[in-house]
Write a protein that binds this ligand. Structure first.
Ligand code: HEM
Length: 576
């Protein structure tokens, strides 16, 4: 054979592809390899889609198939979590399914009975200790040293005991009464109609309030509703927890707390501040200012209790609430450092404000959006919250005021108000409870005798996704619609009605259940009643109310929409 036979022009062309052809081939090979990998991953993960027999007559938790190895469902979960979860809820009707997030198994539970039974398991079987510690250090700045962590563990039982003041009387009654007293003093100044920012109150300044004259000649205040409501509640509820001096001395504190809340997930990643990620810087700066404000309070409290002068700005420690007073005794007994105390107090201040204030914002949005509901609620609460317009004396206009405020009756005799509160907890929040499985656990899907049972394996994570249940059409008709009277149950022909949470669990459950739930209910009813008794609100320009869009947060939703409203005094208050 001719030795040059292979050196034809065509053969030469094939042996030496150009650089761009080589690149094309590499790309094509990579794409085909990735497709093959994705298809193989989808095929293998599909094997776990159906539940298989496991130990003690139970079945494995079905896992949603995924396409990307290692990452699993992370991309879908990051881009559109609600779509993924709602679709899975409608597919896996037994009440549980699993996700693969970065090669760790996350069991997502939405059956109310399975969730309830998991939350009530012993601490040694399922707990969230490791997460609690991580959040304390990464988000709230608790010192990470071994000695500090040991003191944290030693303090936990005592800290839990202190929560009794938030959950039951006399501590709860004292805190609620303090909140009502402060609110009654300030509610007439929700907006002051002051032209100058200097004369405005702090919640008006943070909501960019401005006085304007409408086309019909009426004077109203235009303001950003979320900031106005959230900051008014912060300024009026927190004195009952941490005393009036702290709130007065730190007018910017709550703005930092909101920035921290906005960056909560970034802080929780534990990423360092030098990374070029602006939300991390912002959250860390806000955390540092908020931390220092609480630190100054802790140092002043310590001085006062030692008989030293805490300084001019700390002269009314007697109104610090019962929870923090008892915590101070605990801190001193266990020799907690000032930084440790400040981090613990900062986490409680965040818990006190992050969800409850926003819940009232959403309640008011729904209520003012529906004039019939607004009128019904005003009529229902009128006997218990006496808003009045005093007569003008010597030609000087008197501001309206709330004369009497019966908070017990708001909970026991105002079913529509209470049902509105539960309805907002159902729809306007997306709470989850979290557990790390310390042991294998077999859970029945329902309370029925022959219910399917599922095995939650040791070392996996379990999320009780209350929000998926709260919007489950199998339990709530038109689940996306806010209906004020949805939770009022009336037996046929019965005068008495009952209003309760049913299967809704916005406060979690078991040993980590929200410790502020009793106070949260009281303040939600009190603030809503105070606002609607005294003020009218309409969207800027009039017309139909436009509901702001939900933005996921740690529990109750927030929003990025700026809801500008016109606020005016109620005209129809009884004259005295
Ligand atoms: C609408 C208002 C609120 C909602 C929806 C809410 C929701 C929650 C949820 C879901 C948890 C976690 C439960 C779990 O892991 O199972 C929690 C924990 C907690 N909440 Fe609330 N909360 C609210 C208001 C408050 C208030 C006003 C306070 C304080 C005054 C508070 C204090 C706490 C504390 C201290 C914890 C930690 C409990 C623990 O780990 O032992 N919360 N809350």
């Amino acid at each position: 054979m001719d030795p040059n036979a292979t050196a034809t022009p065509v053969a030469r062309l094939q042996a030496h592809p150009t650089a761009s052809q080589r690149l094309d081939t590499t790309w094509a090979t990579a794409v085909v390899a990735l497709l093959l990998l994705a298809i193989t991953t989808r095929f293998i993960s599909g094997f776990f889609e159906s539940s298989k027999p496991a130990q003690d007559g139970s079945r494995s938790v079905p896992m949603i198939p995924y396409w990307i190895p290692i990452l699993g469902h992370i991309p879908q979960f990051s881009i559109s979590p609600q779509t993924l979860l709602n679709k899975a809820r409608d597919t896996y009707r037994s009440g549980v399914f699993a996700l693969n997030l970065g090669s760790t198994t996350h069991n997502i539970i939405f059956s109310p009975s399975m969730g309830g039974s998991l939350m009530n398991q012993k601490h040694s079987i399922a707990n969230m200790d490791s997460v609690g510690k991580h959040v304390m250090t990464a988000v709230f700045g608790y010192p990470k040293s071994k000695a500090s962590m040991q003191r944290y563990e030693d303090a936990l039982p005592g800290l839990n005991t202190c929560y009794k003041h938030l959950l039951s009387d006399p501590g709860l009654r004292e805190m609620v009464q303090n909140t009502i007293d402060v609110t009654r003093r300030n509610i007439a100044n929700l907006v002051t109609f002051s032209e100058s920012r200097v004369d405005q109150v702090e919640w008006e300044r943070s909501s960019n309030a401005e006085t304007i004259i409408k086309a019909n000649g009426e004077q109203v205040v235009e303001a950003s509703m979320m900031n106005l409501i959230r900051d008014f509640i912060a300024a009026n509820a927190n004195p009952s927890l941490i005393g009036s001096d702290f709130v007065k001395n730190n007018p910017e504190f709550f703005l930092d707390l909101w920035d921290m809340d906005k960056g909560f997930k970034w802080l929780a990643t534990g990423l360092p501040a030098w990374l070029p990620i602006p939300p991390i810087w912002r959250a860390k700066l806000a955390r540092s200012r908020a931390f220092n404000a609480v630190l100054a309070f802790e140092e002043a409290m310590e001085k006062a209790v030692n008989g030293d002068d805490p300084g001019q700005e700390w002269q009314s420690f007697e109104d610090v609430g019962p929870v923090l007073t008892q915590r101070l005794t605990l801190y001193r007994q266990l020799n907690l450092t000032m930084d440790e105390r400040a981090a613990l107090e900062l986490s409680l201040l965040w818990a006190m404000n992050a969800n409850a204030n926003m819940l009232v914002f959403w309640m008011l949005n729904h209520i003012y959006a529906d004039k019939t509901v607004l009128a019904q609620l005003r009529e229902e609460i009128a006997p218990f919250v006496h808003a009045v317009q005093p007569e003008q004396l010597f030609g000087v206009p008197e501001p309206p005021r709330i004369d009497t405020f019966d908070h017990e009756a708001l909970a026991s005799k105002c079913p529509l108000l209470k049902s509105s509160y539960i309805e907002s907890l159902r729809l306007d929040a997306a709470p989850w409870s979290f557990r790390v499985m310390q042991e294998n656990l077999v859970l029945p899907a329902s309370r029925e005798k022959d219910a399917e049972k599922f095995l939650l394996k040791k070392g996996t994570y379990a999320h009780i996704a209350h929000s998926i249940h709260h919007t489950d059409p199998a339990y709530f008709d038109d689940p996306e619609v806010w209906r004020a009277d949805r939770h009022i149950k009336r037996e046929q022909g019965d005068e008495e009605v009952s209003v309760n949470m049913g299967t809704i669990r916005p406060y979690g459950g078991g040993h980590s259940m929200c410790k502020g739930r009793a106070f949260a209910q009281k303040e939600a009813l009190v603030f809503t009643a105070a606002f609607i008794s005294m003020w009218d609100m309409e969207p800027v320009g009039g017309g139909a109310w436009k509901m702001p869009r939900y933005k996921p947060a740690t529990g109750v939703y927030t929003t990025s929409d700026d809801v500008r409203v016109w606020i005016s005094r109620r005209e129809d208050l009884p004259q005295i």
